[in-house]
Design a protein around this ligand. Structure first.
Ligand code: GDP
Ligand code: ZN
Length: 452
């Protein structure tokens, strides 16, 4: 913690601006050795939250640079921080970082800036985890949930539970030490209070399961016979949140996937969707791959043509996907109806009529999708648990609370109940980091990227 650390904070791809962040007791003096301000004012003499224009030098000029000064404790890490904003090329930023390291800074490990913020009391462990969650969020809902956690709402929910338990524990302890002086405990009330804790923990755990869909998305396949409008639907889905549409290599060699978003949920669309504009997926990726793709899908978007009678191929498709998680999409509703809609309705629980090319009915697609994932009641603004670590801690707390209730039911001693409450508290303190081992802290920050 006494070392001054530095890293490139702007990622591993070239961009307009690259930021080298330096944090620690020597941040100002180290940066003064590499940064030459235009107006001659020294960084160490600048007040917090101010900027200076200048150049970064390493024998010769490396780059133009704006230096931002933050004075601890009013900084992200709680320490003195300088952020050097240069041109965002990989070579340039690496050269600047190398110079900063040469002048005495140590390279920052993954998440080390945030780790320091945690140790300096700027945020608790659940808030620290939300930082990475915001960075990796791929849709509106996962971002909102991560932000709610980052603002401390998740911690507040947990603290509410732990305060209730602490109150119980204190009362029980006082009673066992001074039975004459403390009011007799109404054991029924202890049981009720534990019941409330259990209910709140259950709510938190339920939120984890729903939030998972928003964070991790659904493996999705678009299928349907040629010409029903699969590609058009793809483009529509892709176009709505274009910024996150990135082609990426799929899990298997012969399947390419694309990331789009529907109602805030990332969908990993597989190649059978006609991404390669091959209209026969079976021919394109092989019977086995196509079958595997469908079988592994967490969502199948089956497209049919409103303006045509159902054909042999449609019937075959319906037969093969009947048991799968399907939303049937009847497309081209702008044209005259020829399809036997009743047949679709009788085969699929979720269905919508849309026109992909005219962009009609997208609302009902979102509605059907929300029903499909059971998210009609999901409130993304409500902070939920979002890491496996948090989930495990909450589960442990819940089971300890349940054991406490069980102990009361069986008429065990109050000491036995106290032990259960202590166990639950320990689990909750691990969640927020109030009482947590170095090992767990290391595990949390290992997941971070360097520079955050
Ligand atoms: P795919 O073979 O399933 O990928 O179908 P395409 O997306 O390539 O679409 C086939 C044809 O149907 C194209 O000419 C599209 O412009 C047209 N099309 C797609 N959606 C609609 C729609 O909603 N209404 C109408 N009228 N035409 C559509
Ligand atoms: Zn197509």
């Amino acid at each position: 913690m006494n070392k001054t650390i530095a890293a490139i904070s702007t990622g591993q791809a070239p961009g307009g601006i690259g930021v080298i962040r330096v944090s620690g007791p020597e941040a100002f003096s180290i940066c003064e050795r590499v940064f030459r301000p235009k107006l001659g004012r020294k960084l160490s003499e600048m007040s917090g939250y101010t900027a200076a224009l200048g150049e970064v030098w390493s024998g010769t000029k490396l780059d133009d640079c704006v230096a931002l000064v933050f004075r601890g404790p009013k900084s992200y890490t709680g320490e003195d921080v300088v952020e050097l904003s240069c041109h965002g090329g990989l070579y340039v930023t690496r050269q600047v970082l190398a110079e900063v390291l040469k002048c005495g800074a140590a390279p920052a490990g993954p998440g080390e800036f945030t780790k320091r913020a945690f140790f300096n009391g700027k945020l608790d462990l659940a808030q620290a985890e939300s930082v990475m969650e915001i960075i990796s969020a791929q849709g509106r809902n996962s971002m909102l949930a991560a932000q709610a956690a980052g603002s401390g709402m998740l911690s507040k929910r947990i603290v509410n539970i732990s305060e209730r338990l602490e109150g119980l524990a204190a009362h029980l302890a006082a009673w066992s030490d001074f039975p004459e002086e403390v009011d007799l405990i109404d054991i029924g009330e202890v049981a009720i209070s534990l019941g409330i804790c259990k209910e709140e923990l259950s709510q938190l755990l339920k939120g984890f399961d729903q939030g998972k869909i928003f964070r991790e998305g659904l493996r999705t396949v678009i299928t349907g016979r040629p010409n029903v409008g699969k590609s058009t639907l793809m483009n529509l889905l892709a176009g709505r949140e274009r910024s996150i549409v990135t082609p990426y290599p799929g899990t298997t060699r012969d399947v390419v996937e694309e990331l789009v978003s529907l109602a805030g949920v990332p969908l990993m669309l597989a190649d059978t969707a006609g991404l390669r504009h091959t209209e026969d997926p079976v021919e394109c990726i092989g019977v086995e791959s196509a079958r595997r793709c469908l079988k592994n899908a967490e969502l199948v978007l089956a497209v049919f043509d409103w303006s045509n009678e159902l054909m042999e191929e449609d019937f075959k498709l319906i037969e093969s996907i009947r048991e799968l998680p399907v939303i049937a999409i009847v497309n081209k509703c702008d044209l005259e109806q020829r399809i036997d809609l009743d047949f679709i309705v009788s085969n699929f629980r979720y269905y919508v009529t849309i026109s992909a090319s005219r962009n009609i009915g997208f609302d009902s697609l979102e509605l059907a999708f929300n029903k499909f994932i059971g998210a009609e009641n999901f409130d993304a603004g409500q902070a939920e648990l979002f890491t496996e670590r948090q989930r495990a801690a909450a589960l442990a707390a819940k089971s300890a609370v349940e054991q406490g209730r069980e102990a009361i039911k069986q008429g065990l001693t109050l000491d036995a109940v106290t032990v259960c409450i202590e166990d639950a508290l320990n689990a909750l303190f691990q969640l927020t980091g109030r009482r947590v081992s170095d090992e767990i802290i290391d595990q949390v920050f290992e997941r971070f990227c360097v520079g955050k």
